[in-house]
Design a binder for this molecule. Structure first.
Ligand code: SF4
Ligand code: SF4
Length: 416
C-alpha cells in the first residue's frame, strides 16, 4: 500500500487542467477515460472492491463500463447498479498514478446511464424524497423533529441513525475586525447544533468573527450527486450572490466545517465555467473557501489546558481525497496536545457518502462496521471527524463518543 501511495505521489499530474463539468463532450470523455492505463492500482484502495471483490465494483471496472456506454453500447440495469455502488469517495483518484479524473467520468457516466435505464419505482421515490427533504433547512428540521418524536416507529435499519438533540452554546456576539463567512450547511444544524456554535466560539477566541450570509442555501451537493443538475446550479448561483457582498466587504475566507460542503464549493468553477455572469465569481469563491482545519492550521491556535484524552481521527474522504488535505486534522489534533492513536485503513471510506447510507444501506453498513472496528482498535476515549455524515455514521451503535474535532477543541477551551 505504501508503494502505491508513493508511486501515486511521484506520478500525479499536478498540472491537471480545471475541467468544465458544465459541458463534457464525448471527445473530452474519451480523452479522460483513455488516461486509464488499466494498471488496477486503484482497486487496492477502493472500498467497494475491497468488500465485494468484483472487478465491476472497482474503479477500473467502472471506467470500463462508462467507456462502453460512451462507445455506444446500451447501458443495462447492471451498469446502473455498479455505478450506483460507487461511493464517490475518490480514494481511487488519490491512488491513480495516471491522474485519471475519475469523479468527472463517473458524474457524466451516471448522467448518460440514467437516460438509458429506468430506475425501479421505489428507488425513484426515495431519490425524489431525498431531493425534496435534504437541501431545505426548515423542511428537514421539521421532519427530523417529527422523526425524533416517533423514533420507535421508524424501521429498524434507520432508527439508530437518528441523533439525539445536542445542546449547543450561544453563538458569540462580539464583533472583530477580522471576519469570515461561516457556512451553515443544510442538515448539520439539525443533526448536531454544536458544530456551528463551537466553530464560531473557537474563531471568536482567536479574534475572528463568524458571519452568516443572508440568503445562503445548501451548497448543491445533494442535487448534483442525485443528478438534479439544474437545481444544483440554481443553488450555486444563489450562494455566490449571498457571499459576494461579504467578500467585497472584507471577509477573509469562506469557512466550511463540513468537508463535503467545502469540497462542493471548491468545485463551483467547474460547474459554472461557461456562465458569463458567474464564472469569475465562482473562481474567486472557490479560492476563498477552506475547511476549518485548513484555516486553523494557518493561524496561531488558542492556548488550551493540557489534554489527557486519547483520540482516534477519521478524516472524511471529501477532506483527504477531495480537498487533498490528508493528515490535516490528525496534525492539528497532535499539535493541540492530544494523544492521537494510530488507525489502520485511515484512507478508506466509512460508508456514509451523503445519501449512500440510505440508498445503499447494506454496503454502507459493512463499511461502517469495518471503519468502527479500526477506529476502536486502540480503545480511544473519543473519535473525531469533520463531516456531519461521517459523524452520524460512526456514532451509530458506538459506545465511544463521536464528535466534530472542533467540538473537542471547544470543550478543551472551556476547561481553561
Ligand atoms: S484509474 Fe488509474 S489506477 Fe485505476 S486502473 Fe486506471 S490508471 Fe490504473
Ligand atoms: S470513488 Fe471510491 S468507491 Fe468509487 S470507484 Fe473510486 S475508490 Fe471506489
Amino acid at each position: 500500500m505504501k508503494y502505491i501511495s508513493l508511486l501515486s505521489q511521484l506520478k500525479r499530474r499536478s498540472e491537471k487542467p480545471e475541467l468544465k463539468k458544465s459541458e463534457i463532450n464525448a471527445q473530452q470523455l474519451n480523452q479522460l477515460s483513455r488516461r486509464c492505463v488499466h494498471c488496477g492500482f486503484c482497486n487496492a484502495t477502493c472500498p467497494t472492491y475491497q468488500v465485494l471483490g468484483n472487478e465491476l465494483d472497482g474503479p477500473r471496472g467502472r471506467i470500463y463500463q462508462i467507456k462502453q456506454v460512451l462507445d455506444g453500447q446500451q447501458a443495462t440495469d447492471e451498469t446502473l447498479l455498479h455505478l450506483d455502488r460507487c461511493l464517490t469517495c475518490r480514494n481511487c483518484e488519490t491512488t491513480c498514478p495516471s491522474g485519471v479524473d475519475y469523479s468527472a467520468l463517473l458524474e457524466e457516466g451516471r448522467r448518460r446511464v440514467e437516460k438509458q435505464v429506468k430506475r425501479p419505482l421505489f428507488d425513484r421515490l426515495m431519490r425524489r424524497g431525498l431531493l425534496w427533504l435534504l437541501p431545505d433547512r426548515k423542511r428537514f428540521a421539521l421532519a427530523y423533529a417529527f422523526l425524533r418524536q416517533l423514533r420507535m416507529a421508524v424501521p429498524k435499519p434507520y432508527r439508530n441513525k437518528i441523533t439525539p438533540v445536542y445542546s449547543a452554546r450561544s453563538t458569540p456576539q462580539a464583533s472583530h475586525t477580522r471576519n469570515v463567512i461561516l457556512l451553515q450547511g443544510c442538515v448539520q444544524n439539525t443533526l448536531d447544533a454544536r458544530i456551528y456554535a463551537d466553530t464560531a466560539f473557537v474563531l471568536d477566541e482567536m479574534g475572528v468573527q463568524a458571519v452568516v450570509a443572508t440568503g445562503e442555501t445548501c451548497c448543491g451537493a445533494v442535487e448534483q450527486h442525485l443528478t438534479a443538475e439544474q437545481a444544483a446550479l440554481k443553488r450555486m448561483k444563489q450562494n455566490i450572490d449571498a457571499w459576494w457582498p461579504l467578500l467585497e466587504n472584507g471577509a477573509e475566507a469562506i469557512i466550511s466545517n463540513a468537508s463535503a460542503c467545502g469540497l462542493m464549493v471548491q468545485e463551483y468553477p467547474g460547474y459554472l465555467a461557461d456562465d458569463a455572469k458567474y464564472a469569475d465569481k465562482a473562481r474567486r469563491i472557490a479560492e476563498k473557501c477552506v475547511d476549518i482545519a485548513t484555516f486553523l492550521s494557518q493561524q496561531t491556535l488558542p492556548d488550551i489546558p493540557p489534554p489527557t484524552l486519547k483520540v482516534a481521527v477519521h478524516e472524511p474522504c471529501t477532506l483527504q481525497h477531495g480537498q487533498k488535505q490528508q493528515g490535516r486534522v490528525e496534525a492539528l489534533i497532535e499539535s493541540l496536545g492530544f494523544s492521537r492513536v494510530i488507525v489502520k485503513e485511515s484512507h478508506l471510506c466509512c460508508g456514509s457518502a451523503g445519501t449512500y447510507s440510505v440508498l445503499q444501506s447494506e454496503l454502507s453498513r459493512q463499511l461502517q462496521q469495518r471503519k468502527q472496528a479500526q477506529l476502536q482498535a486502540a480503545i480511544p476515549d473519543v473519535i473525531v471527524t469533520s463531516n456531519i455524515g461521517c459523524l452520524m455514521q460512526l456514532a451509530e451503535d458506538n459506545p465511544t463518543p463521536v464528535m466534530h474535532w472542533v467540538t473537542l477543541l471547544a470543550q478543551q477551551l472551556d476547561q481553561g
